[in-house]
Design a binder for this molecule. Structure first.
Ligand code: MN
Length: 498
């Protein structure tokens, strides 16, 4: 049920004013809430109760501990009583872990017949949490505010989203992204400021000459290849030419050799995401298509043509989506269906689409590739099931990173008998014309990280933690307003630069 060993700390604010008996009750109630959340099937991380904080010093020390604790990925704060918020200034100034403000109370209903002034003294979240919210807002601390009764499904679901994002944020603290080759020459949108990306998001992006990888591929043993070929046989439906004895079997064997070499290369360096560039394959017999697909399915981020930002974002989204229904994949806007009233966009890549979004057992096929000038590569071919998803990207505007998220509806494509790549057909919301117009005005990439497991709420929580600009394109998007949002954001982010 829990997606990792990491934990969030449940911190309750109060003060000494109320006396020991009230504070004993505060501790008991908050322990009940923390334990209730911890054992809930909806909550993906361990929830650890912390003793009530009642002074500046206690709050400061708790934030210091949270910063230093490697298991703690975030802090959930709740004010059972009033907790004068000047006490929180010192702690919030140093807190480096994501913050979620749970605006709830221990009791669901007002006990009309029993309520007295003791009850009123103890149950003050309605105004205590507003005092806390004031200082968080004034200090511009990135926060998710969740309102409602703590046992309710919608409250726990919002908390769960934030926890998954906080866990992914933690995962990116040591995210190493390997680039084999540079960004593709002359391409603008896939490039960006790698130093700023490490400062902002934690992405450490390294360059590796493809020859370094070729050396690993060349050392792969026959046993390692055999083990992978057996796995392919089990997991995929092999096209006749890809089967043992088939005329293109040699390409599948080569794909396994490449995968085994990359596997060792990544493991030795703790690589969490990588990019390739089909212009930089010296010494490789084919573009690593199948390997890229299989690594993505295991949670490794990938970006084509040196797109390290999308590779890193894909890794982060895969960590968020662990165990949820629906896959997450690298994707590219390829070609449109511009029928009035029924416009859609065909999504694919040359090879590299993650089989986590496959609608059944993927087919392993070998076909020539029109570009790159290498041998025919193996790849998995499949359709994507219909349903809702999001397509997200991060671009470098020159003075900041901007995340753009579009809600999309995956629909059924017509048969594509001659198209030998994995694909999805979707209608971006609110419609293709508005979506593409907004996306282009915002400078969005042709590459995206696509997920049928996540919703815009995840990306909103992520942007809040990262302090990143977020533009959402969805059913309510109107171009006139969207243009204004772009203009206003430009002013906001210039004024707020450190
Ligand atoms: Mn591409």
């Amino acid at each position: 049920m829990k997606i990792s060993e990491k934990e969030v700390w449940f911190v309750t604010g109060s003060q000494t004013l109320y006396g020991d008996e009230t504070l004993r009750q505060v501790a008991e109630d908050s322990k009940n809430i923390a334990q209730g959340l911890d054992v809930s099937e909806r909550i993906p991380l361990n929830v650890v109760w912390k003793p009530t904080v009642k002074s500046s010093e206690e709050i400061y020390n708790l934030c210091l501990e949270a910063n230093a604790d490697k298991k703690c990925v975030g802090v959930v704060a709740w004010m059972h009583t009033f907790s004068p918020a000047k006490m929180w200034i010192g702690g919030l100034k140093i807190l480096q872990k994501p913050l979620c403000h749970l605006h709830t109370q221990f009791n669901r209903e007002i006990p009309w017949n029993e309520i007295d002034m003791d009850f009123m003294n103890l149950n003050q979240s309605a105004h205590g949490d507003r005092e806390f919210g004031h200082i968080v807002s004034r200090m511009k601390v990135g926060v998710k505010v969740v309102v409602g009764y703590w046992e309710d499904e919608d409250v726990q679901r919002k908390l769960a989203v934030w926890m998954r994002v906080a866990n992914a944020w933690d995962d990116a603290r040591d995210m190493k992204v390997a680039r084999f080759g540079d960004n593709m020459n002359n391409v603008a949108v896939t490039d960006g400021d790698k130093v700023e990306a490490e400062i902002r998001m934690g992405y450490h992006v390294d360059y590796y000459p493809i020859g370094d990888l070729v050396a690993y591929v060349d050392r792969v043993s026959e046993d390692e290849i055999k083990a992978l070929l057996d796995a392919y046989d089990k997991e995929y439906e092999l096209a006749p030419n890809a089967k043992e004895g088939g005329k293109d079997r040699v390409s599948v064997v080569e794909a396994a050799r490449i995968e085994a070499g990359m596997r060792k290369f990544f493991a030795e360096r703790n690589i969490k995401a990588f990019t390739t560039n089909f212009d930089a394959l010296h010494g490789m017999h084919q573009l690593p298509g199948l390997a890229s697909q299989r690594f993505m399915a295991e949670g490794i981020g990938f970006g084509g043509e040196g797109d390290w930002k999308t590779a890193a974002l894909l890794r982060t989204m895969k960590v968020m989506a662990q165990g949820l229904k629906g896959g997450t994949s690298f994707m590219e806007d390829y070609t449109y269906n511009l029928i009035p009233g029924n416009m859609s966009a065909l999504q694919a890549h040359m090879l590299e689409v993650c089989p986590s979004i496959a609608d059944g057992k993927p087919r392993l096929e070998v076909h020539p590739l029109g570009i790159g000038g290498k041998a025919d590569p193996a790849r998995l071919v499949f359709n994507t099931p219909t349903g809702d998803g999001i397509a997200a990207t991060v671009v470098d505007t020159g003075c900041r990173f901007r995340m753009i998220v579009n809600e999309v509806k995956v629909i059924e494509p017509k048969p594509l008998p001659k198209l030998p790549v994995a694909r999805a057909l979707w209608v971006p919301q609110p419609d293709l014309q508005t979506s593409a117009q907004a996306w282009i005005l915002a400078g969005g990439t042709h590459h995206t990280s696509f997920s049928m497991a996540l919703t815009p709420e995840y990306m909103e929580d992520y942007a809040e933690i990262a302090g990143m600009e977020l533009l959402e394109i969805g059913k309510d998007t109107r171009i006139r307003e969207f243009k204004n949002e772009l203009r206003w954001n430009d002013v906001y982010y210039r004024l707020n630069q450190r």
